[in-house]
Ligand binder design. Structure first.
Ligand code: BES
Ligand code: MN
Ligand code: ZN
Length: 493
């Protein structure tokens, strides 16, 4: 997809769609990019009330008097300058581009200047353009009826052209990363197995010179002593995989940022079997892993001057004669023993060995990403990911950047009182902490294995996918994590 920035359209430019943001206080100004002869007519359509002054309201004018432009789309702005209002406009662009057959589009961005975040806005528009082209119909016999692909986007702006080229580049890379994560996460568990994910990691590293990959199989994990990881995968006939993607953009001795993703390709619950209803959705239990893949792909495109390691712990959680049983006690890689009271609390068992393993990288910071608890969905719903951290600065930064890039998180506490809930009479830790504060006790469990570095945990159980009729992966939190890493590399303010 070609996204460029221009001061004006050349007369010969032919477009499937021209998108105009309408600021009701300055309708003339909003329509400036449109030929004078049409401006008055469009203004009167707006003024008679066909377009409501509500952020993101959309009016499609399927006929224009401009021979080279097939449709005009007006997107209303409201009077507030909040990021939320801007995000509604972005959602409207995505909707328009996803639903209409558009290959060539121009979008006026000058009216967005009043948000004072024109760089983020350009990034978000570019991201929305790429994300709008995502399709997930690969298993249907009949291809989707929308076969027209978005090829060219022109952002029309009078100023600041140079600075915005970077925003466009970042937005495109983030959009592709999001699509990649969605694509992996939408796959059913019979296709997307731990071995499939490791093949994808290999393919990704082959596509990019700046990425290398290391895969540990179960034999290697056994030798290392990752018995907590292996306790999860032992019930499945699909072998588990520990995947390490390495991006080196900085000096060799520079401490890396490490992302650790939960990659449970299917979570049946194991012997603590889940109820049948909606169990199909547990193919999404690898969304953390998918987001790591998406971020590594975006990073390999953008090439920031820092070091980043993406780690994926991938297994299938199944019941069988070989499966781990409630009450079993295992020894994790850290040496800590764990009493497995519920085999459905498997994510933390994979992640804890991952957290211990990555100590060897002496990380600058570690973020784990996991569809970890139903309790997180109860607490925060589908809007914000749960955040737990042992480092205040890191926590603040993720909170702030999430608000800026519309991939939001919310912090939850830890503390001795919650930690108490994880006591076991037999082992160093139990793997569950009872019915209350489920998201927090899961975070507390992980924190015991993350004491060697600044660490944050993102529980994406509510944000990484949508259920019911529109079910599918969202690609969250690829945008937040990429944005965070670009911020660490000083590429964005
Ligand atoms: N993958 C699930 C968490 C989950 C549940 C995500 C529903 C999205 C929707 C996780 O492995 C799990 O089963 N967690 C248990 C933990 C409990 C046994 C302490 C849960 O949340 O019920
Ligand atoms: Mn589970
Ligand atoms: Zn799970």
């Amino acid at each position: 997809m070609d996204i460029s920035i221009q001061t004006q359209l050349s007369a010969a430019e032919s477009l499937d769609c021209f998108i105009c943001f309408i600021d009701f206080k300055q309708i003339d100004h909003s329509l400036q990019a449109i030929q004078i002869s049409n401006r008055a007519a469009i203004k009167s359509i707006i003024e008679r009330g066909d377009l409501k002054e509500k952020a993101g309201e959309t009016l499609i004018l399927p006929m224009t008097n401009i021979p080279t432009i097939d449709r005009l789309v007006l997107i209303a702005m409201d009077s507030s300058n909040t990021p939320d209002s801007l995000f509604k406009l972005m959602r409207a662009i995505e909707m328009v581009l996803a639903t209409l057959p558009i290959a060539r589009v121009a979008i006026t961005i000058d009216p967005l200047e009043r948000f004072n975040m024109i760089e983020q806005a350009s990034l978000l528009i570019s991201q929305a353009c790429v994300v709008s082209s995502y399709q997930s119909t690969q298993f249907k016999q009949q291809p989707a009826d929308q076969s027209i692909e978005l090829k060219s986007v022109i952002l029309l702006s009078k100023n600041q052209q140079k600075a915005l080229n970077h925003s466009i580049q970042y937005g495109k890379a983030m959009g592709s990363g999001i699509n990649y994560a969605k694509c992996l996460a939408d796959l059913p568990a019979n296709r997307c197995t731990p071995s499939y994910l490791s093949d994808q990691a290999i393919a990704l590293s082959e596509k990019h010179d700046n990425l290398s990959v290391d895969i540990l199989d179960e034999e290697a994990l056994e030798q290392l002593g990752m018995h907590s990881f292996l306790a999860v995968s032992q019930g499945s006939s699909e072998p588990g995989r520990f995947i390490i993607l390495n991006y080196q953009g900085g000096k060799k001795d520079q401490a890396p940022y490490v992302l650790l993703g939960k990659g449970v390709t299917f979570d049946s619950g194991g012997i603590s079997l889940k109820p049948a209803s909606k169990m199909d959705e547990m193919k999404f239990d690898m969304c953390g892993a998918a987001s790591v893949m998406g971020v590594m792909s975006a990073i390999a495109d953008i090439k920031p001057a820092i070091n980043i390691i993406g780690v994926i712990v991938s297994a299938e959680n199944m019941p069988s004669g070989e499966a781990v049983k409630p009450g079993d006690i295992i020894t994790s890689l850290s040496g800590k023993t764990i009493e497995i009271l519920n085999t459905d609390a498997e994510g933390r068992l994979l992640l804890c060995d991952g957290l211990t393993y990555i100590e060897r990288f002496k990380p600058a910071a570690v973020i784990d990403i996991a569809t970890l608890t139903g309790a997180c969905v109860v607490a925060l719903g589908h809007h914000r990911s749960g955040l737990i951290s042992n480092n205040e600065a890191l926590q603040e930064q993720l909170l702030l950047l999430g608000d800026q890039i519309n991939d939001r998180v919310w912090p939850m506490p830890m503390g001795e009182a919650y930690q108490e809930q994880l006591k076991s009479p037999w082992a160093d830790l139990a793997n569950i902490g009872g019915p209350s504060a489920g998201m927090i006790t899961a975070g507390c469990f992980l924190s015991k294995f993350a004491e060697a570095y600044p660490w944050a945990h993102l529980d994406i159980a509510g944000t990484a996918w949508k259920s019911a009729k529109n079910k599918g992966a969202t690609g969250r939190p690829v945008a937040l994590l990429t944005y965070y890493l670009l911020n660490q590399a000083h590429l964005i303010a």
